[in-house]
Design a protein around this ligand. Structure first.
Ligand code: AMP
Ligand code: ZN
Ligand code: FE
Ligand code: FE
Length: 301
């Protein structure tokens, strides 16, 4: 445990993906909890960074900008947390923009399937999307539409039913390979951490030690050990691999506002580890590194 005020929550989602709160509300709640800082890690996007930076400067809660990239590692779905990368680097921008576009098409196809049996339309899903084309659309928005239609009482109930990965309506998230994503993060001078690698709730088969070794050989920086979905055995396994490979150990809540029971700050990372992440990325919160080039933000249809 680190002392209060020196804890960072390095895994938080906002309305720019499938969280229910704005980046400003994230920073406000972090201040109320006396966290030293938070990372904004929306799925496959950096669009929330500007709002989060403005709120961070105003409210005196430090910010580590990041994103959570969904990837595929030999059939295992991996969530790669990428921190303080150069958001203007076309390699990484191209990767997550392509994923966002594919995610949108996949969500539409899922809704087409669902609408054969239940009274929801694609427009009902879009109503649940808070930042228009700047939001990464996923199953949670479909779940919210099902709640609005009165089919379920909560997002979590929808995830236990129609939105579950074992439901007949499910279509997997289109994902680039983990090594490709890792190389993109490194090319953009970011720091890469595998999120919740021990979560049995997400994968029937978990990422093996050999797979983590291969990622470590290719520049992986750390493992998110402190996460509610890693059970005690998995935490022990991940800590053992981290020690053997000299990987950073992080923690985060995977906060989604009201969208999930996860409480902000319920898992955290110590300031020394966050300092090391910033050092590796050449990042200073008071003077964020300039982007290598200006990238126009493509509109997603
Ligand atoms: P997708 O990436 O579109 O397949 O949707 C899966 C995402 O839904 C994961 O990143 C989860 O964190 C997120 N999610 C948000 N709210 C919930 C919930 N109540 N139950 C399960 N997953 C959720
Ligand atoms: Zn999410
Ligand atoms: Fe995740
Ligand atoms: Fe997450």
């Amino acid at each position: 445990m680190t002392e209060p005020g020196r804890r960072w929550d390095l895994h938080c989602h906002t309305v720019y993906s499938d969280g229910t709160e704005t980046p400003r509300e994230l920073i406000r709640q972090a201040r109320r909890l006396a966290l030293a800082g938070v990372a904004i890690t929306d799925h496959d996007t950096t669009r929330g960074w500007s709002d989060a930076r403005a709120a961070s400067a105003q409210m005196g809660v430090a910010l580590l900008p990041g994103a959570e990239l969904t990837t595929d590692d030999d059939g295992v779905s991996v969530h790669l947390l990428a921190y303080a990368f150069d958001r203007g680097n076309p390699t990484i921008t191209g990767l997550y923009e392509a994923t966002r576009r594919a995610r949108m098409a996949r969500a539409r196809r899922m809704v087409e399937r669902i609408s054969k049996d239940y009274p929801i339309t694609w427009d009902d899903v879009l109503v649940q999307v808070r930042q228009g084309s700047s939001t990464t659309v996923g199953r949670p928005h479909i779940a919210d539409a099902l709640v609005k239609a009165g089919i379920y009482a909560s997002r979590s109930e929808a995830f236990a039913g129609i939105c579950s990965s074992s439901s007949p309506y499910y279509i997997p998230t289109p994902s680039p390979g983990t090594l490709q994503a890792l190389h993109a993060v490194k090319t953009a001078h970011g720091v890469a951490v595998v999120a919740h690698a021990g979560s049995r709730a997400r994968n029937r088969v978990l990422l093996s030690d050999a797979q983590i070794d291969e990622l470590a050989d290719n520049g992986l920086d750390g493992l998110e050990v402190w996460h509610r979905e890693n059970d005690a055995d998995q935490r022990e396994r991940l800590l053992t691999v981290a020690r053997r490979r000299g990987l950073l150990v992080t923690g985060g809540s995977d906060w989604h506002g009201a969208g999930k029971p996860n409480r902000l700050g319920e898992n955290a990372t110590d300031s020394y580890t966050v300092g090391e992440i910033m050092r590796r990325a050449g990042y200073s919160p008071s003077a964020p590194k300039p982007t290598g080039c200006v990238v126009s933000e493509p509109t997603i249809a």
